[in-house]
Design a protein around this ligand. Structure first.
Ligand SMILES: Cc1cc2nc3c(=O)[nH]c(=O)nc-3n(C[C@H](O)[C@H](O)[C@H](O)COP(=O)(O)O)c2cc1C
Length: 405
C-alpha cells in the first residue's frame, strides 16, 4: 500500500519519463502533506529515491525507513500514532533526528578492516553488539505476538532487551521466549509496595539491571495519540502483565520523585540501577554522587517534554561530567548505522533503539524485529569499515566533524 497523499503517483511514472517529469514528481512530493508530518516518513531526502514503493516482502526491506512504511501500511491509525507521535509540535522528536545530521564523518584510509568486532561490555556483561532494544510498553497493541516476538527477534543475534513496566506480557513470559540478556525498565510509583513487586519480578526473571525512567513526572501531550484514541475500536484496555497479581490499583509514575528515591531503590534491589532520561551535566554529576551504575541519555523519543534538545546534543556534556566512571548509553532518533557510529564517537558506550524495532514488529512480528537489528548491525559494521575502525573502543571524536555553516 502506498501512503495516503501519494497514491496516484506510481514508480513507473517516476522512473521512466525524463528530467521534467522527475522534477514534477519531486515537487509533488515536497508539497505532500506527509512531509509536513514529522516522524511519519523520516527525513525528506529518503523519499526522492527510486525504491519509493512500500516493500512487498520482508526480503525486500532495505532499511529502517522502508520498514516504517510497511508498518504504517499494516497498522490502524491508533496503533500507528501510538508509535510515531512526539509531544505537542514534535520539536523534540525532530531534534533527535536533526542532531545526527549536524555531524559528518572524518574517515581514515589504508587500515586493515577485514575483521570488525562490534562487541562491548556494559555493567560487566559482554555483548556482541552495542545496539540494545529500548523499553516500549503495550506491544500487543502493535502486533498480536507482542513482547515475546520482540524477544525472539532480539535473540537471533543476542541483542539486550529492556522490558517495560507496562509491557503486555510479564517479564517472566518474555524471559521464557528467548535467550537475549534482559534489563527491566521501572516507572517509579508512590506505591512502594508496587515498586517492590516489580523489582521482585525483574529479579526472578533474571534481569541484569533496572533502568529507572526519570523523564516522566507527567504524561507527554501526544495529540495524535489522543486524537485517534477517540475513535478506538479496542474492546478492553491493553494488558499489562507485570501488574497482574498485584493486589491494588497500580499507580504508575510519581511526580514527587527526587534523588532520595535513588537511595531507596539501591536499598531495595541487588541489581545495578541505570537512570533513563538524564540530559544534563548537572544531573549526571548528581547521579554519580548517588552511586548510580549507568545512565541512558534519553528524552523518551521526543514523547515527553516539547522543545527539548536532541539527545545527541546532550550526550557530550553528560559524557564529560561522568568522565568514564559509569557507562553512558543514548537513545532517540537512531535510524542508521552512521547514527550509531556518531553516538559512539561522541562517547556513548552503547545505544538503544525504540521505534525502529517496533516498526519491524508491526510489519513482520519477530522476523521484522530480527531484520531491523540485522540491518542496523550491518550498517554499523559498514560505517566502521569505511572509517577505518575495527573495534568500538577505536571509535573516537576525531572521526567526526561538525557540518560547516
Ligand atoms: C511506542 C513507544 C512506547 C514506549 N514505552 C516506553 C516505556 O514503557 N518506558 C520507557 O521508559 N520508555 C518508553 N518509550 C521510549 C523508548 O524507551 C525510547 O526512549 C525511545 O523510543 C527512543 O527513541 P526512538 O524511538 O527514536 O528510537 C516508548 C517509546 C515508544 C515509541
Amino acid at each position: 500500500m502506498v501512503p495516503a497523499g501519494v497514491s496516484q503517483v506510481t514508480n513507473a511514472e517516476f522512473m521512466g519519463t525524463g528530467e521534467a517529469a522527475r522534477r514534477r514528481f519531486l515537487r509533488f512530493l515536497l508539497q505532500s502533506p506527509l512531509l509536513a508530518t514529522p516522524g511519519l516518513l523520516g527525513p525528506a531526502r529518503t523519499l526522492a529515491r527510486p525504491e519509493f514503493a512500500v516493500p512487498g516482502s520482508l526480503d525486500e526491506v532495505l532499511d529502517v525507513f522502508q520498514m516504517q512504511r510497511v508498518a504504517q501500511a499494516r497498522l490502524d491509525p491508533e496503533a500507528w500514532h501510538f508509535i510515531v507521535n512526539g509531544a505537542d509540535d514534535q520539536r523534540t522528536l525532530e531534534a533527535n533526528r536533526t542532531a545526527y545530521d549536524a555531524w559528518q564523518m572524518r574517515v581514515r584510509r589504508l587500515v586493515d578492516v577485514s575483521a570488525i568486532d562490534t562487541g562491548v561490555e556494559i555493567l560487566g556483561r559482554k555483548l556482541a553488539t552495542p545496539i540494545l532494544l529500548a523499553p516500549a510498553g503495550a506491544q500487543q497493541t502493535i502486533h498480536v505476538d507482542g513482547e515475546p516476538a520482540t524477544m525472539r527477534g532480539a535473540s537471533e543475534r543476542g541483542h539486550l532487551m529492556i522490558v517495560s513496566t507496562t509491557s503486555s506480557s510479564s517479564v517472566g513470559e518474555i524471559r521464557a521466549a528467548g535467550s537475549s540478556p534482559l534489563w527491566f525498565q521501572l516507572y517509579p510509583s508512590p506505591d512502594l509496595g508496587l515498586m517492590r513487586h516489580l523489582l521482585a519480578g525483574a529479579e526472578a526473571a533474571g534481569c541484569l539491571a533496572i533502568a529507572v525512567t526519570v523523564d516522566s513526572p507527567t504524561r507527554g501531550n501526544r495529540e495524535g495519540e489522543r486524537w485517534f484514541s477517540r475513535i478506538s475500536t479496542r474492546k478492553a484496555p491493553p494488558r499489562m502483565g507485570n501488574l497482574e497479581g498485584y493486589g491494588g490499583p497500580p499507580r504508575i509514575g510519581d511526580p514527587a520523585l527526587t534523588w532520595d528515591s535513588v537511595d531507596w531503590l539501591k536499598a531495595n534491589t541487588r541489581l545495578p540501577i541505570v537512570l533513563k532520561g538524564i540530559v544534563t551535566r548537572e544531573d549526571a554529576r548528581l547521579a554519580v554522587r548517588r552511586r548510580v551504575d549507568g545512565l541512558i541519555v534519553s528524552n523518551h523519543g521526543g514523547r515527553q517534554e516539547e522543545s527539548g534538545r536532541g539527545t545527541l546534543e546532550c550526550l557530550p556534556e553528560v559524557v564529560a561530567a561522568v568522565n568514564g566512571r559509569i557507562p553512558v548509553l543514548i537513545d532517540g532518533g537512531i535510524r542508521r548505522g552512521t547514527d550509531i557510529f556518531k553516538a559512539l564517537a561522541l562517547g556513548a558506550d552503547a545505544v538503544c533503539i525504540g521505534r525502529p524495532y517496533l516498526f519491524g514488529l508491526a510489519a513482520y512480528g519477530d522476523k521484522g524485529v530480527g531484520k531491523v537489528l540485522a540491518i542496523l548491525d550491518a550498517e554499523l559494521q559498514r560505517s566502521m569499515q569505511f572509517a577505518g575502525t575495527t573495534s568500538v573502543a577505536a571509535i573516537k571524536p576525531a572521526f567526526l566533524q561538525r557540518r560547516p555553516g
